[in-house]
Design a protein around this ligand. Structure first.
Ligand SMILES: [Ca+2]
Length: 164
């Protein structure tokens, strides 16, 4: 699969139309990304999994956080997966901010294949160019969307910037 695809979490029935609209609104994003031949599919998530009104502010601690949303991702958080379509969750950050996944123990860089964003702000993934720059991997993932990364965009994310 090539290209960029975005889907909202809220309305599965309107998925294709939303994806097309977002694709049209994001020309050149894929081309600007570092990994040639890669693609990102951003898609809305199913209605049953979306909780309207969840605004940012993840809880201060994980206890009590319930995975009541899509793909096992707790409402109010963003979740990161080794597999596509929200499978194989490897990380749920507890707050917004910039995270260098290489600095984790164990490192989580070059593993992410999908992101579910149920947090309070858009998420921009980055790839380290190996020289000195963070290069965006596809478009920012809006709140309420799942992003799937394919080809040259798969398993290349080295950092994420999570807006509050
Ligand atoms: Ca992976």
């Amino acid at each position: 699969m090539e290209g960029v695809s975005v889907r909202r979490v809220t309305n599965l029935l309107a998925l294709s139309g939303v994806a097309i609209a977002l694709l049209a609104a994001l020309p050149g994003v894929a081309a600007a990304a570092p990994a040639a031949g890669g693609s990102v599919r951003l898609a809305p998530m199913p209605a049953a999994t979306h909780v309207p009104g969840h605004t940012a502010a993840p809880a201060a601690s994980t206890p009590g956080v319930q995975p009541n949303s899509a793909f096992g991702c707790p409402d109010g958080y963003s979740c990161y997966y080794d597999g596509h379509n929200g499978t194989g969750m490897i990380w749920v950050p507890l707050s917004c901010g910039f995270y260098n996944l290489f600095e984790f123990s164990p490192p989580l860089n070059d593993q992410i294949s999908s992101i579910v964003n149920l947090g309070g702000g858009a998420i921009q993934p980055y790839n380290w160019d190996g020289v000195g720059s963070w290069v965006p991997v596809g478009p920012a993932v809006p709140v309420g969307f799942i992003a799937d990364y394919y080809g040259g965009f798969d398993n290349v994310i080295d950092a994420v910037s999570i807006n509050c």
